[in-house]
Design a protein around this ligand. Structure first.
Ligand SMILES: Cc1cc2nc3c(=O)[nH]c(=O)nc-3n(C[C@H](O)[C@H](O)[C@H](O)COP(=O)(O)OP(=O)(O)OC[C@H]3O[C@@H](n4cnc5c(N)ncnc54)[C@H](O)[C@@H]3O)c2cc1C
Length: 553
């Protein structure tokens, strides 16, 4: 068989498996929809709803990786082999789930045909996975993803070079010393248009589009998760303002966010309220200060990342009654001064104050995540996002904003996983044991083969979600449900990939990977945060992905 034939066969085989997996998972979703009364009874079947969310997400990732190869035949041979390996892995997962609980899954014999079985075995064979590993080791983990979008491709090169010269030299120290990201770096990123990447040009943004935003985020995050995360909060507030803000608010805030003049903090979580966002207790009470009408904020917030350095906080507070749940919440833009320490206290002329203390964390350092106390802190009425019409709509705007955050997290996770993969390849090629580079051992090649396959699947799932969200925005930026499903799937999947790949990479480093001095140890602790924020993994599985799938979304 020629190499060209092998490539074509890899993609054709991947397509056969992906189509079979799609048919099977659709059946599983239909069976689960019946069981849960179209998702209304998810809480009585949480374990199964989680299973469905995961399987559907795996299938989506396999589809995106196979479609990428079909769009670029012959251009990325490693991806073609990975497409088959990943599709085979997904089919195996579906088969295993069905074997354990055939009535719950309801897949029947959808994946039992001999063609599917033969292709699955070929894709999972030690020879196939090992050969992917050998190819990836040869390129020292670097990937050759083809981007159809020229701007995205140029931006990737630009930010890769930027990350190499400006971030990598300081990333390890920033982590180990728990330093704040340097102002100089924030300034350079602002000059590159980073903070306005999703902001339309008419509001001063660079409007690079979601795909470009993901590509540059991956490059920055591969150098340092924190640097790749600098724009997350502005992405969240930007989408909330575009979807729910008044025109005057967009004109007031977006240009200043785009230029990097205003750094954003997000204040949703509270000490006693996390996943159940509709129960937020922090109160906003109507009043007057110095003849100006507005709201007084009272209460506590938790885990507000970069809230010390931020000049504005997007804060969810209760303007209605507790009984109103999410419908009693409004979103505020709260101006404050920038503080660079691990704690701060800021008074207001009318007697109000904000205090903040950073929570120590093992990773995701460099921005500091704060517990905040608000005591009668005044915010003018024009800072309620959406104005009078925005009262009681904060929950929905915040959730819309999170779609952008979740998409970006898919790209952040891809960056961390890619960095860990490359580090593992370099180490395996350089480290000798038993008189051979450890890269020569079959198991190392197999590991690298599987790791790189999952990173590729994660990357293409994220790019697919970015394209979807872009098209969705063009139709109507105010109907985010399906976009949120896609974004949540990519955050769910790639966060786990980043954790698993970074831990595998650490193991490939042996004892030296456990040293604080090695960046691979940083990748491991950084990756652990990815499934926690912007909706924990179980919340995304149950309340976003399963809920939408089972309701027929
Ligand atoms: C480093 C870091 C940075 C962060 N940055 C920010 C930020 O900038 N702004 C912000 O507002 N927040 C931020 N967060 C907070 C984060 O969003 C919350 O931690 C998260 O939403 C979960 O809330 P919680 O910690 O209160 O957990 P809880 O909601 O108490 O959940 C605890 C566990 O129970 C599970 N659980 C909860 N409800 C259910 C259910 N119905 N069914 C099944 N399982 C359930 C959860 O999945 C989780 O595993 C950050 C967190 C961290 C760690």
């Amino acid at each position: 068989m020629t190499t060209q034939q092998a490539k074509i066969e890899n993609v054709a085989a991947a397509r056969t498996l992906v189509d079979a997996a799609r048919a099977a998972v659709d059946r599983a979703v239909a069976t689960a929809a019946e069981l849960t009364d179209a998702g209304k009874a998810i809480d009585d079947h949480q374990a199964h709803a989680e299973r469905i969310a995961q399987l559907a997400t795996f299938v989506r990732a396999a589809e995106e990786l196979a479609s990428y190869c079909e769009r670029h035949p012959g251009a990325d041979p490693t991806a073609e082999a990975q497409a088959l390996a990943f599709a085979a892995d997904v089919v195996q997962k579906l088969r295993t789930a069905n074997e354990a609980a055939p009535e719950l899954l309801g897949i029947g014999d959808a994946l039992a045909g001999s063609e599917v079985l033969d292709l699955m075995r070929a894709g999972l064979s030690d020879e196939h996975i090992g050969s992917i590993g050998a190819q990836v080791l040869e390129s020292r983990g670097a990937h050759g993803t083809v981007l159809d979008d020229q701007i995205a491709a140029m931006t990737r090169d630009q930010f890769r070079a930027f990350a190499r010269t400006e971030i990598i030299p300081i990333a390890q120290d920033m982590h180990r010393e728990d330093h704040l990201v340097p102002e100089e770096l924030i300034g350079k990123m602002a000059d590159l248009g980073l903070f306005g990447s999703s902001i339309p040009e008419r509001y001063g943004g660079t409007e690079m589009g979601y795909l470009t935003m993901c590509v540059l985020t991956e490059e920055l995050s591969a150098a340092s998760l924190v640097c790749g995360s600098l724009i997350t909060r502005s992405e969240i507030l930007t989408r909330a303002l575009i979807q729910g803000g008044t025109e005057e608010q967009r004109e007031t805030w977006l240009p200043r966010i785009a230029s990097g003049e205003l750094i954003v903090g997000i204040c949703v979580t509270e000490p006693d309220t996390g996943s159940d966002v509709g129960s937020v207790q922090c109160k906003a009470t109507w009043g007057e200060m110095d003849g100006q009408e507005g709201y007084f904020i009272d209460g506590a917030k938790a885990w507000a990342t970069f809230a010390g350095r931020a000049n504005i906080l997007a804060l969810l507070a209760r303007t209605g009654t507790p009984e109103e749940g999410g419908r009693g919440l409004s979103l505020f833009i709260v101006p404050k001064d920038a503080h660079t320490g691990h704690s701060f206290e800021q008074g207001q002329e009318g007697g109000g104050s904000i205090t903040g203390t950073a929570n120590p964390t093992p990773g995701y350092r460099g921005m500091h995540s704060f517990t905040l106390g608000f005591d009668h802190y005044f915010v003018p009425e024009e800072n309620v996002v959406g104005g009078e019409e925005g009262l009681g709509r904060g929950f929905y705007m915040q959730m819309g904003g999170f779609s952008a955050g979740r998409l970006q997290t898919g790209a952040r996770a891809t960056g961390v996983a890619q960095a860990a993969l490359e580090k593992a390849c370099h180490y395996a090629l350089d480290r000798k044991q038993f008189a051979r580079p450890i890269a020569d051992f079959q198991l190392t090649q197999h590991k690298i083969g599987r790791m790189s396959t999952h990173v590729a699947a994660g990357r293409h799932l994220t790019h697919g979600a970015a394209r979807f969200m872009q098209a969705d925005d063009r139709v109507s930026p105010t109907t985010p449900a399906r976009a949120d499903l896609e974004a949540s799937m990519c955050k769910l999947f790639v966060s786990d990939v980043a954790i698993w790949v970074s831990q595998e990479a650490q193991l490939i480093h042996g004892g030296w990977g456990y040293s604080e001095e090695d960046p691979v140890a940083r990748y491991v602790v950084d990756a652990l945060v990815l499934p926690i924020y912007e909706g924990t993994k179980p919340i995304l599985e149950l309340k976003v992905i399963a809920r939408q799938l089972l309701a027929g979304g």
